[in-house]
Design a protein around this ligand. Structure first.
Ligand SMILES: Nc1ncnc2c1ncn2[C@@H]1O[C@H](COP(=O)(O)OP(=O)(O)OP(=O)(O)O)[C@@H](O)[C@H]1O
Ligand SMILES: [Mg+2]
Length: 265
């Protein structure tokens, strides 16, 4: 009997990439995330939706310890990736962020060349053995981010000289260059035109063959298109979490229904 339960637990641990339990986040006295439990499945796109200020970005930043960089921010509870507590003292946040990459709403290329932006992670983590390998990773990452054709003849130009949408795809290329296990994307398409948005959505779909993707979006069409699971946040609470189809067609909580039908937001 005991063995059965252990076996069950092992099976579910394999499917879940990230397990969060009892997560609380405070900014000073502002209680921004309230007792959130969530399981992020492996090889799945999970969308976080909800009105502005409900805590989507805050919760996303818990998953790669980006909140550590905000002095007044305090995170409680337990978050595990592959069963490992990411807030354990022995975990190096820099190493963690190579495994759990992030793309922000505002593109933030480094003041370096296009090539060096993408090569940055592989270089600091020693992921390639020589220049030819690094060239290959840079090209592959830029292709994945649907940017290669636009920049292949200007790899030594500054990344900051690209258009907003190109800069965002550069940041996506930079994030995928370390082959992260999890990619966190906070409204990654808000600076993109419909063509680049479609390309990024295609990329997200491709990434899920190998990684977990968590995407924050204000576009319910986008959540419905790219995700398999959707979490609805409201006032710091995780109100509802389930299969994307169910959340959009048959929400169980009246707050979810009010949001997806446009009555709160
Ligand atoms: N760096 C910060 N310092 C202080 N308070 C913050 C900080 N970031 C977020 N907050 C607060 O935490 C709460 C949740 O904000 P958060 O940015 O996570 O919301 P969000 O759901 O991502 O909103 P949006 O859709 O507008 O991006 C808000 O009350 C916000 O004011
Ligand atoms: Mg946000």
């Amino acid at each position: 009997m005991e063995d059965m339960r252990l076996a069950d637990r092992t099976a579910s641990a394999r499917e879940n990439k990230i397990t969060a339990r009892g997560v609380q986040v405070y900014y000073g006295t502002n209680h921004a995330i309230k007792d959130v439990d969530v399981d992020i499945a492996d090889r799945t796109v999970t969308a976080f939706i909800g009105p502005s200020g409900c805590g989507k970005s805050t919760f996303l930043r818990c998953l790669n310890r980006m909140n550590d960089t905000i002095p007044i921010c305090r995170v409680e509870g337990r978050i595990e990736i592959d069963g490992e507590d990411i807030y354990d003292k022995r975990v190096d946040p820099v190493q963690l962020r190579a495994r759990v990459g992030m793309v922000f709403q505002k593109p933030n290329p480094f003041p370096k060349s296009i090539y060096d932006n993408v090569a940055y992670g592989p270089r600091i983590h020693g992921l390639t053995r020589n220049r030819a390998e690094l060239d290959e990773v840079v090209e592959k990452s830029l292709r994945r981010a649907a940017l290669w054709n636009e920049v292949k003849d200007r790899l030594t130009s500054p990344g900051t000289g690209l258009s907003g949408g190109q800069q965002q795809r550069l940041c996506i290329a930079r994030a995928v260059a370390t082959s992260p296990e999890v990619l966190l994307m906070d409204e990654p398409c808000s600076a993109l035109d419909p063509i680049a948005t479609a390309q990024v959505e295609e990329l997200i779909d491709e990434l899920r063959e190998n990684f977990s993707v968590v995407i924050v979006t204000h576009s319910m069409q986008q959540a419905a298109r790219v995700s398999q699971r959707t979490a609805f946040f409201h006032l710091g609470n995780l109100v509802e979490f389930g299969e994307t189809g169910q959340i959009f067609t048959n929400p169980r909580d009246p707050r979810t229904e009010a949001y997806i039908t446009g009555r709160i937001g």
